[in-house]
Design a protein around this ligand. Structure first.
Ligand SMILES: NC(=O)c1ccc[n+]([C@@H]2O[C@H](COP(=O)([O-])OP(=O)(O)OC[C@H]3O[C@@H](n4cnc5c(N)ncnc54)[C@H](O)[C@@H]3O)[C@@H](O)[C@H]2O)c1
Length: 399
């Protein structure tokens, strides 16, 4: 197996999350050969800032670089499908940001293409790779919580609270028909299917757009930017600011989640509680090194992340000893280590322990059910076509 230091990578996009990818790749010893941006000038500028050798002028130029074996796609959502297609067709491995595509038809296409390519294909559901979330999955799988009954939580942010807040995510043709659900709800839905080992089978969703008109700055805006432009254009908003969703899981568990991009003071709070028949687990991404474990007959526990107190998956995702807080950026390191083990081995393993395109597509199918349920005002089943029986048979769905 080849070490990560011998595997050349390139990153598409050098905005908020592209920068996190570059930094995490460096931490695991992967040489980042170059980056691609929205223009040749921007790529060259960002390459200089980040100390990366090349700023490519186009995807064709990137794919002509023989030193690049794997490409990380961190561009806006509408570019994921065409870019990932080209990357796989050029025989490269690929890590794509969530959501995998704009529509489930597109994500199904990528699942098929990835399976026939034999290349490593990963979706960046990095939240799975907080060590305590890996631990929670191990707790559930080992029966430590008993039978999972109730799965509840939220994903709240406030960065789109004001009508003057703007980002490409607000434009359906760039972000997708679902916004809060597609952008952050996708993480929660994937995470809780991962932790419980149960797929979501049915949803009852209510979507709300509290700010129907926003003021788009005339120039470009960085994600999470707090700059305010005075030169703005009024835009009608069709996508949801908030979602409240009831959930049914395949082994009978019930759940609910609230998703919001306009909850004042909540910067990035993903919370969940999994209530089993004998114990419960609660976690909040703003306090990521702690997990509350609830009991009926003895005092509750607070587990401070500690490799010595977790199972093998929790240990593998930890880089630091207990008490040395690990956070958002560390999840990328842990996830990339798992992905690059497969790249080093030449292709996907039988049961990848990272989220694959199959997982990314499955989450898109849940989103489709959410959109349909909100439209018709009724419980709606998640329709799972056997999009890729080959991958299912090969166990490449990491749930
Ligand atoms: N996993 C996570 O926690 C997480 C967090 C944030 C964003 N994301 C995902 O990452 C992606 C990017 O989000 P962001 O917040 O970094 O956005 P951003 O706007 O900060 O950055 C987008 C980048 O894409 C570049 N870009 C635009 N058009 C391009 C093109 N044609 N070719 C190449 N590059 C192009 C831009 O120059 C910019 O560098 C989205 O899909 C988003 O859902 C994931």
């Amino acid at each position: 197996m080849r070490p990560a230091s011998e595997i050349g990578a390139a990153v598409i996009g050098s905005g908020f999350i592209g920068t996190v990818h570059v930094e995490a790749l460096r931490r695991i010893g992967v040489p980042v050969r170059g980056i691609l941006g929205s223009s040749a000038d921007r790529a060259a500028h960002r390459a200089r800032e980040l100390g990366v050798a090349r700023g490519y002028g186009s995807l064709a130029e990137l794919l002509a670089d023989p030193d690049v074996e794997i490409v990380h796609v961190t561009s806006p959502n509408h570019l994921h499908h065409p870019q990932v297609r080209e990357i796989l067709e050029a025989g490269r491995h690929v890590v794509c940001e969530k959501p995998l595509a704009l529509t489930a038809d597109e994500s199904a296409d990528l699942v098929r293409l990835a399976a026939s390519s034999g290349r490593v294909n990963a979706v960046n559901f990095n939240i799975r790779f907080y060590p305590l979330n890996q631990h929670a999955r191990e707790l559930v799988a080992a029966g430590e919580l008993g039978q999972v009954r109730l799965v509840t939580g939220r994903y709240f942010q406030d960065w789109l609270l004001l009508e003057t807040d703007w980002n490409w995510r607000l434009e359906p043709d760039r972000g997708g028909a679902l916004r809060a659900v597609g952008d952050i709800g996708s993480h929660w839905l994937d995470l809780l299917m991962f932790i419980t080992g149960q797929r979501i089978t049915s949803v009852m969703a209510d979507l709300a757009t509290f700010i129907p008109i926003r003021h788009q700055p005339a120039g470009p805006v960085e994600t999470f930017s707090t700059d305010r432009s005075t030169d703005t254009v009024e835009r009608q908003i069709a996508t949801e600011d908030t979602a409240t969703i009831l959930l049914r899981f395949e082994d009978g568990a019930r759940g609910s989640v609230a998703i919001s991009q306009l909850s004042p003071g909540r910067k990035n709070s993903l919370q969940y509680e999994v209530d089993g028949s004998s114990a419960a687990a609660f976690w909040d991404s703003e306090q990521p090194d702690q997990m509350w474990i609830g009991h009926r007959d003895r005092p509750n526990e607070i587990l401070i992340r500690n490799p010595a107190l977790m199972g093998p998956a929790g240990q593998a995702a930890s880089a630091l000893p207990g008490g040395h807080v690990e956070g958002f950026a560390d999840t990328f390191r842990a996830l990339f280590r798992a992905i690059y083990a497969d790249v080093g081995a030449g292709g996907p393993s039988d049961r990848p322990d990272y989220p694959t395109f199959a997982d990314g597509h499955d989450e898109m199918l849940v989103n489709d059910a959410v959109a349909a349920s909100a439209r018709i005002g009724r419980w709606t089943d998640v329709v799972r076509e056997p999009a890729n029986p080959a991958m299912v048979a090969a166990g490449e769905d990491s749930r």
